[in-house]
Write a protein that binds this ligand. Structure first.
Ligand code: F6P
Length: 363
């Protein structure tokens, strides 16, 4: 099959490095394969609501270092269940056949779908159920995608979270306070663990290790006994107490995720202050972690992934996701990725390091 024109979309939560992928896809497609690229706006929504534009080399210019995505994104637009209001209620409509027609009208021979688990699961369904040739590129600041050692976006978010921990350190020290910082990470604790290790956190709470708040207090009090009158507690938004559940800020009906998490940091802060009597402050880093310029690591990883996606398409290898294994770029079947998560293994080296250094994990 000769590929002449491909569609490119970015879907799900944004992250630094999306534009670097877009740039790499355009440049590799045009320069090396004479393939035209059509940009699809706002993820799958552009395929549903017919919003696309041609992307040429001029569009790839000047975007490498810019955060976000020039194509826009959405985490609500699922062609197999598009939220639609009917009689004041949200119902989910299957619009996948309309999407297939539009792809035909646009003359797209394949689609590059850049996103996380939700995006790639939809891409896989488009291939399996509708016969659309797709290739995926793994993105998320959470780093929780199965099948790749790392997603792009994670390194940039980690750098932001680490800088925040560093800044909290000095003010914690000056005021002799406990500083709790809640970072993102719905199902996996990579960001909290990474920022905690890199920033020298005293306690790190992640979804993979349900915690006891008493264990957090023990670390804080032990530090006081050793003359350290401040502590830094890094909490993943998906962390939860033993016997409890993740803290839901809001249930959502119209998103690829069923709930927005948040609030565990506040709760941990209140409990630590109540149980230890130490003055405690809480910072929730939120979407700051999703913005800003990508780190050099992410720019390179995103570039390598974007190039690989085009190479997969040019060689007729569909229903696969570009992946990083060790230091090599390779690809894995989307079937292996869809619906699975790469959580922090309890026997991982990062956890072993935390334990060896005496960091509390709330156990
Ligand atoms: O999956 C990436 C992520 O940033 C999570 O860490 C977070 O829970 C979620 O997206 C927030 O998404 P939204 O853009 O809907 O606020």
């Amino acid at each position: 099959m000769v590929v002449r024109r491909i569609g490119l979309l970015t879907s799900g939560g944004d992250c630094p490095g999306l534009n670097a992928v877009i740039r790499a896809v355009i440049k590799t497609a045009v320069n090396e394969h004479s393939i035209e690229v059509v940009g699809i706006e706002d993820g799958y929504e552009g395929l549903i609501l017919r919003r696309t534009r041609k992307l040429g080399l001029e569009d790839a210019s000047g975007i490498l270092t810019i955060g976000g995505t020039i194509l826009g994104t959405s985490n609500r637009a699922n062609p197999f269940g598009y939220p639609t209001e009917r009689d004041g209620e949200v119902v989910f409509k299957d619009r996948s056949d309309e999407v297939v027609s539009y792809i035909g009208e646009l003359g797209l021979d394949a689609l590059v779908c850049v996103g996380g688990d939700g995006t790639l699961t939809i891409a896989h369904r488009l291939f399996r159920e509708k016969g659309i040739p797709v290739v995926g590129v793994p993105k998320t600041i959470d780093n929780d995608l199965y099948g790749t050692d790392q997603t792009f976006g994670f390194d940039s978010a980690l750098s932001t979270a680490t800088e925040a921990v560093d800044k909290l350190h000095t003010t914690a020290q000056s005021h002799h306070r406990v500083m709790v910082i809640e970072v993102m990470g719905r199902n996996a604790g990579w960001l909290a663990l990474g920022a905690g290790l890199a920033g020298g956190g005293d306690v790190i709470l992640i979804p993979e290790v349900p915690f006891r708040v008493e264990a957090v207090c023990e670390v804080v009090e032990e530090r006081v006994r050793r003359g350290k009158r401040f502590s830094i507690v890094v909490v993943s938004e998906g962390a939860y107490p033993q016997g409890g559940e993740p803290f839901v800020r809001r249930r959502v009906a119209d998103s690829m995720e069923s709930a927005r998490l948040g609030g565990v940091g506040e709760w941990v802060g209140q409990e630590v202050e109540r149980l230890t009597g130490m003055e405690t402050r809480v910072t929730t880093l939120g979407h700051l972690q999703r913005g800003g310029t990508p780190t050099p690591f992410d720019r390179i990883l995103a570039t390598r992934f974007g190039r690989e996606a085009v190479k997969l398409i040019a060689s007729g290898n569909f229903d696969r996701m570009a992946a990083l294994h060790g230091t090599e770029i390779t690809s894995v079947p989307l079937d292996e990725v869809a619906g699975r998560q790469r959580r922090v293994p309890l026997d991982s080296h990062w956890i072993a390091c935390a334990r060896s250094l005496g960091v509390g994990l709330g156990e």
